[in-house]
Design a binder for this molecule. Structure first.
Ligand SMILES: [Zn+2]
Length: 282
C-alpha cells in the first residue's frame, strides 16, 4: 500500500520521525514534539509539561517591552582580546563565530523601553554568545545600563542567562563583578528599583554579582541557578546535596528568590512590581 493512503487512514497525522528544522521542536524534558508556531504563541513553554525553552535576548524584548518602544544603546561595544588568549581556539576566532551566529557584538542587549507604559533601562543576556559569559565589554554594558537608569531616574530590569565569567579574559572578567556591584550600589542609594530576572541557566560570576543583587529577584520555573557546579560543591563540603538543589524552586524555598514567574506572566509581574516600587516622574 502506498504510504500516503496509510497516512490518510489514521485519525491523527503524526509528525514525521525525522523532525525537520524550522517546523517542529522537541521538548527536552518530556519528549513532546510541538509545532513551533504553537510554541511561539505559548511564549516557548511546553504545553504538556510546562518546561521553559531557552529563548534569545531579542525574544525577551518582544515579550516584555511594549511594542515599538525599545531603543538599543551601546550595540557597538564588544570585547577585544587583551590577553592574546588561546585555548582550543584563539579568542578572536570565538568572538567572530559568536558574532556571526547571534548577530550581536556581545552577550547582552541593552537599551531603554517601556514595560506597560513605564520607561525602564532594560538588558537581556544572550546565552548563545559564548555561554552568556561576562567579559569586560559585557560588564561595561551592564554598568552603562545601570548608569542610564540613574541618569534618567527610571527602574532597571536585567534578564540574565549566563555560564559565568569569561575565562578568556581572566581577571579582567572577574573585575566586572565588583564594577557592576558598585554601580548597583549607587542605584540603590538613589532609591531606584532594580528587578533581576533569572532564566535557565544563571550561574557563577554573573549569579554572584548583578544577577543576585536585585531589590526583587524573579526566576523562571525550573531554571538552573547557582555558583559552582554540584560536583565541585559536593567534593568541597564532603556532603550529599539535597534533591532539586540549584533549581528556581529550591532557591525560592530558601529565600534567595522572591518569586517564580511563568514566562507568560512575567511582563504582568514586572509591571505590578515596578508600579508598586516606583512612581514615574510627572
Ligand atoms: Zn515538555
Amino acid at each position: 500500500m502506498p504510504w500516503f493512503r496509510k497516512k490518510l487512514k489514521g485519525p491523527v497525522i503524526q509528525p514525521p520521525r525525522e523532525v525537520p528544522d524550522g517546523l517542529w521542536a522537541k521538548c527536552d524534558k518530556c519528549g513532546e514534539i510541538i509545532y513551533k508556531r504553537e510554541l511561539a504563541r505559548a511564549f516557548w513553554v511546553c504545553p504538556k509539561c510546562g518546561s521553559h525553552f531557552r529563548i534569545h535576548s531579542g525574544q525577551y524584548i518582544e515579550i516584555l517591552i511594549d511594542e515599538g518602544t525599545f531603543e538599543e544603546f551601546d550595540a557597538e561595544i564588544g570585547s577585544v582580546d587583551p590577553l592574546s588568549f588561546v585555548d582550543s581556539k584563539p579568542y578572536p576566532v570565538r568572538l567572530k563565530a559568536a558574532r556571526e551566529k547571534t548577530k550581536l557584538n556581545e552577550a547582552i542587549i541593552c537599551g531603554i523601553g517601556n514595560i506597560d507604559s513605564i520607561s525602564v533601562s532594560f538588558a537581556a543576556m544572550e546565552f548563545g554568545f559564548i555561554g552568556g559569559s561576562m567579559g569586560s565589554a559585557l560588564g561595561e554594558k551592564v554598568t552603562r545600563a545601570v548608569e542610564r537608569a540613574l541618569e534618567r531616574r527610571i527602574p532597571l530590569v536585567i534578564v540574565s542567562a549566563s555560564g559565568g565569567a569569561r575565562m578568556q579574559e581572566s581577571i579582567l572578567s572577574l573585575m566586572q563583578m565588583a564594577k557592576t556591584g558598585t554601580a548597583l550600589t549607587r542605584l540603590h542609594e538613589a532609591g531606584l528599583p532594580y528587578i533581576s530576572v533569572l532564566t535557565h541557566p544563571t550561574t557563577a560570576g554573573v549569579m554572584a554579582s548583578y544577577a543576585s543583587l536585585g531589590d526583587v529577584i524573579i526566576a523562571e520555573p525550573g531554571a538552573l541557578l547557582g555558583f559552582a557546579g554540584p560536583r565541585v560543591i559536593q567534593q568541597t563540603i564532603g556532603q550529599e546535596l539535597p534533591e532539586g538543589f540549584q533549581s528556581s524552586e529550591f532557591f525560592l524555598d530558601h529565600g534567595f528568590v522572591d518569586l517564580i514567574s511563568p514566562r507568560n506572566e512575567l511582563k504582568n509581574n514586572l509591571s505590578k512590581l515596578i508600579r508598586f516600587m516606583f512612581e514615574s516622574p510627572k
